[in-house]
Design a protein around this ligand. Structure first.
Ligand SMILES: [Zn+2]
Length: 417
């Protein structure tokens, strides 16, 4: 299995985008090459997914934000959004966890870790569109009838990139692929999906370096990672097996085997330790560009890990552990000098009650992109930011709902107006 450290930078070859699912780019032959086992079944499922994706893509083809870049244009600007996977904030040393899981980020002065961010959904396919678009967290449809922040950046003259270690197509992926396809360039680097060991997220660094080396004046890069998705031990190389006993080397452990609680938790923490390394490597690459650069990281949902006396594991149980997500901000010193007031506000809001709905608005504000009807009350960089209610999956108000004492499951409470 390749490790992040051993992975070669992947060349930027448009013809090599085997898994790019743009029109006419995914042939049956290519699918067969990608999935040597079970091709007929998978082919039928993929054709159905591809058709659904093309239908929604047609429906929003002419959608425009009419976005423009209004900032000073002589300096280079780079904005990176890292979408994490299954990331719990309480497992970050930066947020007070007793274990040294984020030693590298803890040493970087410009890092701000947000301690109170909530995702409305504990399912990737539903949570990621809320991060990328203006989709309401209460909208339970698979697809949203608008494009994402990627399209807005493109309209405003940014070169846009999507790099992923997740899958390009499938029941769990198509609502995200819809937006990946808005980018000028998209690449899926994992030959398998979350069910397999596959590659580690570190494979994203080579292509990221290649993008940064292109020296374009304005760039947006979205990195969609596998983060801490079960099997946790598949998410980090051997050198990151810090907390033991872990599930490293164990064949097909079960997510629901509570006798594995200790090893499972150790492997989960190791995956956070690796995410710390990945994010710090991205930051060092951005720092070396000498540009006005920002990085915003947010996980798609949390995870249950047999917490305390609770017997729940995995995600999708409507517990507090499902909805709380890790999130952090970094900016280059050059960016800090250009927008000192905004950075002061970000620091002030490290413990503010945030939801992932703010990401769309904050990313555009961070890049000095404006569009008619822009809502700065949802940007954490803005003096106009306003606290909102946080509705989550199942019709709960995250802040107003009661919790059962064992698993912190949300129990129904009247929605606040
Ligand atoms: Zn997920």
């Amino acid at each position: 299995m390749p490790t992040a450290e051993a992975a070669d930078p992947v060349p930027m070859d448009e013809n090599d985008l085997r898994l790019l699912i743009g029109p006419a780019s995914l042939t049956a032959q290519e699918l067969a090459a990608t999935y040597p086992a079970g091709v007929p079944i998978r082919l039928a499922a993929f054709v159905a997914q591809k058709k659904g994706l093309e239908q929604i893509e047609d429906a929003i083809r002419d959608f425009r934000f009419n976005a423009t870049h209004v900032g000073e244009s002589s300096s280079r600007q780079i904005h990176v959004l890292v979408i994490g996977e299954t990331g719990r904030p309480d497992r970050w040393q930066l947020n007070g966890y007793s274990r040294p899981t984020t030693p590298r980020l803890s040493r970087i002065a410009e890092v701000v870790s947000f301690t109170d961010t909530v995702s409305a959904w504990a399912w990737t396919r539903m949570s990621v569109p809320v991060i990328l678009t203006r989709k309401s967290p209460q909208d339970s449809r698979a697809f949203f009838q608008e494009k994402s922040l990627i399209a807005a950046f493109r309209e405003a003259g940014f070169k846009t990139y999507w790099l992923s270690t997740q899958s390009p197509l499938g029941p769990h992926d198509s609502s995200i692929a819809l937006h990946a396809r808005e980018a000028d360039y998209s690449r899926f680097l994992n030959p398998t999906d979350y069910r397999g060991a596959g590659v580690h997220d570190g494979v994203l660094l080579g292509p990221l370096s290649d993008i940064l080396a292109q020296n374009e004046p304005r760039q947006l890069v979205v990195l969609h990672t596998l983060g801490s998705h079960f099997n946790y031990a598949d998410r980090y190389p051997a050198g990151f097996d810090k907390f033991r006993p872990s599930q490293t080397g164990e064949r097909a452990p079960s997510l629901h085997d509570s006798s594995q609680k200790e090893a499972m938790n150790n492997s989960y923490d190791n995956s956070i330790y690796y995410t710390d390394w990945l994010l710090s490597e991205i930051i060092e690459r951005l720092r070396s560009t000498d540009s006005r650069a920002t990085l915003l990281y947010v996980a798609d949902h949390g995870e249950n890990l047999f917490d305390g006396a609770c017997t729940k594991s995995g995600h999708g149980h409507s517990t507090e552990f499902d909805f709380r997500v890790a999130s952090m901000w970094w900016n280059s010193p050059q960016y800090g000098r250009a927008r000192p007031d905004s950075i002061a506000l970000v620091r002030e809001r490290r413990d503010a009650a945030l939801s992932t709905s703010h990401i769309f608005h904050t990313m555009l504000d961070a890049a000095d992109i404006h569009y008619p009807g822009q809502d700065l009350s949802q940007s954490v960089l803005s003096a106009n930011w306003t606290r909102r209610t946080r509705p989550v999956q199942g019709g709960y108000d995250f802040d107003a709902s009661a919790r059962d004492p064992v698993c912190l499951s949300l129990t129904r409470a009247p929605q606040r107006s």
